[in-house]
Write a new protein. Structure first.
Length: 94
């Protein structure tokens, strides 16, 4: 799932060809990409990853991670995120 305004491409229309790079982007299963996030070339995103809105992905993200920022950094594991969510919303994790 991806939020609106996400960018997962290069900009071939750029006039300065020295900064125009191409590379593969590998995206795993069960990924959430927040709105207006950018994923740069030559990045691998593991399975079960949450990318916060407005993040810029500049390097690989390991599976079961939550990342945010410019550049994006791991802020917690997916299990930590789930536990925090369940605790704040008083939901029982079954």
């Amino acid at each position: 799932m991806m939020g609106g305004g996400c960018v997962i491409r290069n900009l071939p229309e750029m006039k300065d060809k020295r900064i125009n790079t191409f590379g593969n982007i590998k995206i795993g299963d069960n990924i959430f990409v927040g709105a207006r996030s950018t994923i740069l070339p030559n990045v691998v995103i593991g399975d079960n990853v949450v990318i916060a809105a407005n993040s810029v992905i500049t390097k690989d993200i390991e599976s079961n991670s939550v990342v945010a920022g410019i550049p994006a950094k791991k802020i917690m594991t997916l299990d930590e995120y789930k536990n925090k969510f369940f605790k704040q919303n008083k939901v029982t994790n079954k």
